[in-house]
Design a protein around this ligand. Structure first.
Ligand SMILES: Cc1cc2nc3c(=O)[nH]c(=O)nc-3n(C[C@H](O)[C@H](O)[C@H](O)COP(=O)(O)OP(=O)(O)OC[C@H]3O[C@@H](n4cnc5c(N)ncnc54)[C@H](O)[C@@H]3O)c2cc1C
Length: 500
């Protein structure tokens, strides 16, 4: 096996939406920096960021009920919903900047307007939704949200969901026309094409195997060039580990103190995909339900109008399941291989705490087609098995760590940026709200890893993201202006988008 060596300013590991976003931002902020990417697969955006592997929801808490928990006193806590929505506004602004600059030609290639709806049945759930609606619709970020518990109105909004419904239970929904469907796979490919044109060196079929500090304080990555079966060593001052589910094992290789006492819990998924154009054309919304008691937030199936390959599609899911793999293309040994002396206690504590969750996920995994159809029929009572196929979704690796509130081995459902104290390496762990908040998360990476550039880069960041550093929730005028401008630039103003 021959050996190749090289040196660069920045190494991005993985060609998903996170590396795509960070690479694009850094190229705008520091155009002369040399950036090199290593991706183990043959193309960008093939793992979680691929359109068939995630749900494509532009998460902004317009429909996801898990972002607005009910407090013990019965009131609704909207803190998380406000934060997620604020974060999505940053993504909208950055994408608009790329469109305005001509770096993205046609926004319809990756983003479309689609109503976001929450749908619940039963008296207690309807009461919860009403309270949630009251709390959110009074807030500037959620303006325009509407509520209805009138079956006739719901029939207009979601005919497919209301038809054939025999239950006498009260039913209600909220609807927001500010929702979006985002094709994160297409966006990732667009951004990598752009980076390639900017002379970023992108190496596909190159798997990073190890990361070590050099005596000078830089980082050296050991890379397997899969096609030529040779080992390469490359050094850089800054490394971003954007390897999705593969980030945790690589972070552990760095040996930095911040990588210790962290574990990963993989959750697999399945989507049902409608193959009947008549059914597909009778629905136009993303409809989220409420998680069943005891079920984790990522297991709430939703009925989603999507735009994939410029075609309108209808997907239901994801059904969560358990798999020991950290990537869809990963190995069954991933989970066991991630258990290290420094995280074994954390992992064991988590195992003991999460037996019901594992049982739930295995139960989900073993569901027959008929059982899955029963879940779908809670949304589309007249659904027929022959109209639906099953596709395997991406893997999510939830972070396990010790926290003050939850104690040892607490399962986290969010996204976490882990950085070395000197900012020379950063890794992204976790999966939710995920791709929608890539811009917010990468701004966090930039702030933590390049504090000395803060002042020099601030004007350019403001040009890319005009609300940078300002809470839109507290500046309704700026919010309205930015919302209108980004809607215009991204083509999100039509109610019923034209699609080819
Ligand atoms: C079922 C499901 C539904 C989801 N729904 C949504 C949603 O509706 N909205 C939303 O915003 N987010 C959603 N997400 C989350 C979102 O998909 C992820 O947060 C996002 O795609 C992560 O991007 P990434 O770049 O970190 O990882 P990825 O897209 O997984 O990219 C990581 C890349 O690193 C490569 N890699 C791994 N190891 C190595 C190595 N050793 N060497 C070189 N390359 C390596 C992989 O091949 C891959 O290409 C969902 C995720 C799943 C699984």
């Amino acid at each position: 096996m021959s050996i190749k060596q090289g040196k660069t300013d920045v190494i991005l590991i993985g060609a998903g939406i996170m590396s795509a976003t960070l690479g694009t931002m850094l190229k705008e902020l520091a155009p002369d920096w040399e950036i090199t990417v290593y991706e183990k697969l043959a193309k960008p955006g093939e793992e979680s960021s691929n359109e068939w592997n995630n749900a494509g929801t532009g998460h902004s808490a317009l429909c996801e009920l898990n972002y607005t928990p009910e407090k013990p006193d019965g009131s609704i806590d909207i803190t998380k919903a406000v934060n997620v929505n604020e974060q999505f506004q940053l993504s909208r602004q950055f994408w608009s900047y790329l469109v305005s600059k001509g770096l993205i030609h046609n926004p319809q290639d990756f983003i479309r307007p689609i109503p976001h709806m929450s749908l619940v049945e039963g008296e207690a759930n309807v009461a919860f939704l009403k309270k949630r609606f009251k709390a959110l619709s009074a807030h500037p970020l959620f303006e325009g949200m509407t509520f209805s518990d009138d079956p006739e109105q719901l029939k207009e909004w979601i005919p497919l969901v209301m038809e054939g419904r025999t239950s006498n239970e009260p039913i209600a929904a909220t609807k927001s026309d500010a929702g979006t469907d985002v094709n994160f796979g297409a966006l990732t490919r667009i951004l990598f094409d752009h980076l390639e044109r900017q002379d970023v060196e992108i190496n596909y079929k190159h798997a990073v195997q190890d990361i070590q500090r050099t005596p000078e304080g830089n980082w050296e990555v050991k890379v397997h060039d899969i096609e030529h079966n040779r080992i390469e060593y490359h050094t850089a001052k800054f490394i971003f580990i954007g390897a999705g589910g593969g980030s945790l094992p690589l972070l552990q290789k760095t040996g930095i103190p911040e990588s210790k006492h962290i574990g990963g819990f993989p959750v697999s998924g399945l989507f049902m995909v409608c193959n009947n154009p008549e059914v597909i054309n009778r629905h136009h919304a993303k409809v989220y339900g409420k998680a069943k008691v005891g079920a984790p937030p990522m297991s709430v199936p939703h009925l989603d109008t999507r735009y994939i390959d410029h075609k309108k599609c209808l997907l239901f899911g994801p059904f969560a399941g358990f798999s020991p793999k950290f990537l869809k293309t990963g190995s069954n040994l991933d989970l066991i291989g991630s258990v290290k002396p420094n995280n074994v206690v954390t992992m064991l504590a988590s195992g003991a705490k999460n037996v019901p969750l594992v049982k739930y996920l295995i139960g989900q995994l073993l569901l027959s087609d008929e059982k899955r159809l029963e879940t779908l029929q809670e949304f589309i009572p007249d659904a027929r098995l022959e109209d639906w196929d099953v596709v395997v979704a991406g893997q999510r690796v939830q972070v396990i760590k010790d926290t003050e509130a939850g104690g040892k081995g607490t399962l986290q459902f969010g996204t976490e940026v882990v950085t070395a104290a000197d900012g020379s390496v950063a890794a992204l762990l976790g999966a939710s709200p995920g791709a929608s908040t890539a811009v917010h998360v990468m701004l966090e990476v930039i702030e933590k890893c390049f504090p000395d550039r803060k002042n020099a880069w601030a004007p350019k960041i403001k040009e890319m993201i005009p609300s940078y550093g300002v809470r839109l929730a507290e500046n309704p005028e700026l919010l309205h202006q930015i919302h209108a401008e980004t809607a215009e630039t991204l083509g999100l103003t039509e109610k019923e988008p034209a699609y080819r």
